[in-house]
Structures are given as C-alpha cells and as structure tokens.
Design a protein around this ligand. Structure first.
Ligand code: PGA
Length: 258
C-alpha cells in the first residue's frame, strides 16, 4: 500500500448493507477479530452494520480499534422525520462515522446531491467522520460524462465543508456499474478516477488533496484487491459483498497492509 510514499494510512471499510441480524453480527465480529490477527495494526478498519446492530457492534469491537459506521443519517439533529436517525443518536451509541450518498440510496431512496450538501457538514459538525460515496453510471462513463458527474457530486457534497476540514472527509469512489456486479473497475480505471477526484479537491486546498483518503468500491475481492490497492492514489476500499465473509474481509485488510 502507498502509505510510505503518500503518508496516508490505508483504510478498509466493510459495508454490510441490509445483512446480519444482531445475533449474526455478534457471531461474525468474533470470527472477524480472530481472523484479523495483527493485519489491522497498519490499516484503519471499519464496519458498517445496519442500524439495529450498531449498538451490539460497538460493544463487540470495544477496545479493538475497529471503527463502527452507520450507512446513512438525517441532516437534522431531531424533528418530525419518521424512520430517520440523527447524528447525535449515532454518537450516543459510540459510532465513529457514517457512509453518505451510497449509490443504492441515490438509486432507491431518492438521495440527492442537494441533501448530501447538508448531510456531510452535519456529520462533521456533530463529530462523526463522513464517508462520501461518488461514482458514475455505466451510461455516463460510456458517454464520456464520468468527470462531469464526479465533479458535480464532489462539488455538491463538499460545498458547505470549509477547506480546512476537507481532509476529515473520506471519499469512496464507487462506479455504479461495478457495485455488486462482480465486475470491478480495472486498477487503471480506479487510479484514473481517484486521481481526478484528488485533483478536484486540490482546486479547493492542495494540502487537503494530499491528506484526504479516497477509497475504491465495487466488487473488490481477495483476488483483485492487491492490484487495485497498489495504485498510488487508492488509499483503501469500501467493500460490500466480500465484507460479509469474515475470512475474505480479513484477507482484504491484509492485502491493504501490504
Ligand atoms: P460490492 O459493494 O463490494 O458488493 O460491489 C460495494 C459497495 O456497495 O460499497
């Protein structure tokens, strides 16, 4: 992994999506902790369980250094928002951060760039670490619209974040066509898009662009991880399917450790 040259610590985050009950989460975490061994010493590791398993996950991971992330939150601190969860509620549980703008939420739950414009600073202000997901669809890539799409997502999502706080946000580049399809981006495609995102951040702050961690996400598996994670601008991965298998996820963390 590039830490030696970039100074950025590798980062591997497992997004469980709507998988695992509380009992399953507890069992999985025991297995994960024993499979991780010392691979986690050189890598920041996080998991994103469904809301109902957050408290149990925080409890199981207490003292291990593995961070717990929610998969979404409301921009509001409280209010008449049936079915929503706020940053103070997550913080109270001991959650470290929150994934925002995952493409499944953009596609299925009407998540918009405009709402992310409020959610990202709301998470930061509350003391949560946001992981902002961006990525183009297959059609956008085919039509040469990738850069325009990524620029728009980054500009909106980070618009209200002051330059001196930009590096506190983690970005996940997740091309929509690679998520859950078994068809990951090539290492070159991941590098190209992530370098582009870093350059976009550089337009706001060159220091933030150097420090911000940008992850790749989309069908990452133990057999394709090393080449993607070896790219100079790729700082780690947001892992879906393979993160729900403890030994696969531990293998991916080991690959990030280099
Ligand atoms: P996948 O999901 O690894 O199953 O493709 C990635 C993600 O949605 O974050």
């Amino acid at each position: 992994m590039p830490e030696a040259t970039s100074g950025r610590r590798p980062y591997m985050v497992g997004n469980w999506k709507m998988h695992k009950t509380v009992a399953e989460a507890r069992e999985f975490l025991q297995e994960l902790l024993s499979s991780l061994g010392d691979a986690g010493d050189d890598v920041d590791v996080g998991v994103c369980p469904p809301y109902i398993a957050l408290a149990a996950t925080v409890e199981e991971l207490d003292g291990t250094g593995v961070g717990v992330f929610a998969q979404n939150m409301s921009a509001a601190r409280d209010g008449a928002e049936t079915g929503e969860v706020s940053a103070p509620m997550l913080l109270e549980l001991g959650v470290r951060g929150v994934v925002l703008g995952h493409s499944e939420r953009r596609r299925d739950q009407c998540e918009t760039d405009r709402s992310l414009c409020e959610k990202v600073p709301a998470a930061l202000d509350a003391g949560l670490e946001p992981i902002l997901c961006v990525g183009e669809s297959e059609e956008e890539r085919d039509e040469g619209e990738m850069e325009r799409r990524l620029r728009h997502q980054i500009q909106e999502g980070l618009q209200q974040v002051p330059a001196e706080r930009l590096a506190e946000v983690t970005i996940a580049y997740e091309p929509v066509w690679a998520i859950g399809t078994g068809r990951s981006a090539s290492p070159e495609q991941a590098q190209e898009a992530i370098a582009f995102l870093r350059a976009l951040l550089g337009d706001r702050s060159s220091e933030a662009a150097e420090r911000v961690r940008i992850l790749y996400g989309g069908s990452i598996k133990p057999d394709n991880a090393a080449d993607i994670l070896g790219q100079p601008d790729v700082d780690g991965a947001l892992v879906g399917g393979a993160s729900t298998d403890a030994s696969d996820f531990a293998e991916l963390v080991a690959a990030a450790a280099g």
